[in-house]
Design a protein around this ligand. Structure first.
Ligand SMILES: [Ca+2]
Ligand SMILES: [Ca+2]
Length: 717
């Protein structure tokens, strides 16, 4: 005798009424989950998620107990169905309870930090580090050894802070063998594999929200934004609903100064609604880099303890520069996909599947607004017809609810094969949905997936089959901008490499014009022209399935500013009576001219822009004017013009008039006399008069100029 929940019977009656009224058949399908949305969890089981994006690809690791496993995906929402590799295992070691691995990249290599105990003795938990063979996160890893400060006390959950180009290790540890309260410590590192100094205590659980179930600070994670550095950590007992995230802000200049870290008085992320015990997180960004996302775990249901799954949620920033994580969104509500991401799954609604001895039930939070319930009898079944273009093992997502007090199961048979069991942890109510996953072997083309009753009771909302496309990794060389303000100052090479989980990559294409035209990628692409680039790319498999378009962006400025000197003109001779104001323009079409870095020299002396130069103040002959300029990323260039100053009879006349006006010749009669001599071409007589008046009616400085020019003219005669 099967006893069914009362609620289902009531709905059964309602459904009968709707059918009698003819409403059920005419009702339009209204999808709770629209195209641009997904439901949490993103990983149906697991804890301590660490996600990092590298070359446009997401890598996730989490606590798997006996090994370190990395998943790879081109999306946040699709990470569970991506390829995975166990990069290290505890086989042939005494290590057990391998917890909270993290993947960090430094100088061409990956480092995995994890904690483990020996032979399952919890008190022996310490931290260890692995190093990759190549820059590929999926490469082989070498066990480097333990990572500890001189205290060598209990330690878990290590992570790395990079601050002012220095590395620091931060972890959760004990004060002593007798004071076993988990606190946060920091210590300096002199390499990614070595702690180089004593640890410093930076946080102890003190607030009630850190201590109510058990006094614990753990899971420290670094968050840096807008010049600020935060440590977001997990507080309270990880097995309790009270588990939550707290935050330290680096207010001082030295991360090793305990006083530099200021704790926020309240949790920054905590249980809400039907989300219990959110904690132990990591941070990443949307595929297009425009959104910040927190990846965290939460209990699968109220009081689930260590039965947890992995969730993703966008967060924002407060006006004061602190992160705003908001409230954890329940698995019931569709969330907008990360910006630039499309859901790489095909949804099949249970209510549209072929069913036997079941009942379609309206549920507000269900995909499509309906689920299939009453899968309660030996002959009850829900059969989906699923099309895939490529054969292989697929991670099938099953959205379900289980309002019973414990686990329920269904038996799942693919193409009438041997049934496998899928387990549905309780969801805390018949209206609360969650996601379970099961690996199913599908053949290319049409497949049947049949669900029949197992133990307990569960309702089926929908299944989702991932669309498995190639994953393309986009690597730039140099790896990081080598100029200021995020600009490259040397040519950039883009290398695209694609892999496919189930079949082969047919081609990789790229677009330089935002996706209007696509070119086949055959070899690394070199960019040597200035510009701001956004290269779109994607690969297709041999079944024609196309990867979601991704974009790699970079800014290139290899060119110094262009310098145009309008005055003086290069190669020209100027009479020395001329007043000349050098003028020039500097332009940089890429990063722009740095206005404070333009300098001008005249005959190697600094020249102040805008100053007028009376050319008689220069010696007669050749002069150089050099303009140096720099752009905002550090490219520097210069240009030099060469010009002549010459004396002529006319320039001497002009200078006499000038000096008379300025009273350097203070007697009009003498000035007139000098002009008359120049008019008569009596240069020697002119010289004699200037010499006679030198320091008298003609200032010594003016006399020197007049004599210099007259001598020059006499030499030419
Ligand atoms: Ca549904
Ligand atoms: Ca430039």
């Amino acid at each position: 005798m099967v006893s069914k929940p009362v609620r289902k019977s009531a709905l059964f009656v309602l459904s009968v009424v709707l059918i009698l009224l003819g409403l059920a058949t005419s009702e339009q399908t209204s999808y709770a989950a629209s195209a641009g949305t997904f439901y949490n969890p993103i990983v149906s089981s697991g804890a301590d998620p660490w996600m990092i994006q590298y070359n446009g690809v997401y890598y996730l690791t989490r606590t798997t107990g006996n090994n370190v496993t990395i998943w790879k995906s081109d999306s946040i929402s699709g990470v569970e169905s991506g390829p995975k590799v166990t990069v290290w295992s505890n086989a042939n070691t005494a290590f057990k309870d391998i917890w909270a691995p993290e993947l960090h990249y430094y100088d061409g290599y990956w480092y995995i930090y994890f904690s483990a105990d020996e032979n399952g003795v919890g008190a022996t938990h310490r931290m260890y580090v692995l190093k990759s063979a190549t820059s590929d996160p999926f490469s082989k890893y070498t066990f480097i050894g333990q990572l500890t400060d001189p205290s060598d006390l209990w330690a878990i959950d290590g992570t790395v802070l990079t601050y002012n180009d220095r590395l620091y290790f931060i972890w959760s540890g004990w004060n002593s063998e007798t004071d076993k309260v988990q606190r946060l410590f920091i210590a300096p590192m002199d390499s990614p594999t070595h702690i180089s100094g004593n640890r410093v205590l930076i946080s102890s659980p003190t607030y009630s929200w850190e201590t109510s179930a058990k006094a614990i600070n753990e899971g420290p994670e670094v968050l840096q934004h807008g010049g600020k550095t935060f440590i977001v950590y997990s507080a309270n007992s990880s097995a309790s609903n009270a588990y939550c995230l707290g935050m330290l802000t680096l207010e001082g200049a030295d991360p090793l100064d305990p006083a530099a870290w200021v704790k926020t008085e309240t949790p920054v992320f905590k249980s809400a609604g039907i989300v219990y015990g959110p904690g132990h997180n990591s941070f990443t960004q949307s595929v297009d880099g425009t959104e910040d996302w927190i990846i965290y775990h939460a209990a699968k249901f109220n009081g689930a303890g260590w039965t947890r799954n992995v969730r993703a949620q966008k967060f924002s920033w407060n006006a004061d520069g602190t992160p705003n994580f908001g409230t954890p969104v329940s698995t019931d509500l569709p969330m907008a996909l990360p910006s630039g991401e499309t859901l790489q799954r095909t949804t099949y609604e249970a209510e549209q599947a072929a069913t036997t001895n079941t009942l379609v039930v309206n549920e507000a939070n269900a995909s499509g607004g309906k689920v299939v319930g009453h899968i309660d009898y030996a002959d009850s079944s829900v059969q989906f017809n699923v099309q895939v273009p490529v054969s292989g093992n697929y991670t099938m997502y099953v959205r379900y609810d289980n309002g019973t007090a414990g686990d329920s199961t269904h038996n799942v048979s693919v193409n009438n094969g041997t049934a496998k069991t899928i387990t549905y942890p309780k969801t805390g109510g018949w209206v609360y949905q969650s996601i379970a996953t099961l690996s199913v072997a599908l053949k290319a083309g049409s497949n049947t997936i049949q669900f029949t009753k197992g133990t307990g009771f569960a309702e089926l909302d929908c299944i989702q089959i991932p669309v498995i496309t190639p994953i393309t990794s986009a690597a730039l060389s140099p790896e990081a901008p080598n100029g200021q303000q995020g600009w490259y100052t040397t040519p950039v090479t883009l290398c695209l490499s694609a892999t496919d989980q189930l079949t082969s990559v047919a081609n990789t294409v790229y677009s330089l014009d935002g996706g209007n035209t696509w070119q086949t990628y055959t070899a690394p692409i070199r960019f040597d022209q200035d510009g701001t680039y956004a290269v779109a790319y994607r690969s297709a498999d041999i079944a024609g399935q196309e990867e979601m378009v991704k974009t790699v962006s970079f800014k290139l400025d290899v060119t110094a500013p262009a310098i145009d000197i309008a005055m003086p003109e290069d190669g020209r001779s100027y009479e020395d009576c001329v007043e000349l104001t050098p003028s020039m323009t500097t332009t940089d079409t890429a990063s722009g001219v740095d206005p404070i870095k333009t300098t001008v020299t005249l005959d190697t002396y600094a020249y102040k822009l805008g100053t007028t130069v009376p050319l008689y103040t220069l010696s007669l002959g050749q002069h150089t004017l050099t303009v140096s300029s720099a752009d905002r990323v550090g490219n520097t260039g210069s240009k030099t013009v060469v010009f002549q100053t010459v004396a002529t009879v006319d320039s001497l006349k002009a200078l006499v008039a000038r000096f008379a006006k300025s009273k350097a010749i203070d007697n009009d009669g003498i000035a007139n006399s000098l002009q008359a001599k120049l008019n008569n071409d009596s240069l020697q007589s002119f010289v004699n008069e200037v010499q006679a008046q030198d320091g008298k009616h003609i200032s010594h400085e003016a006399a020197n100029v007049l004599l210099r020019d007259a001598s020059s003219l006499l030499l030419q005669h």
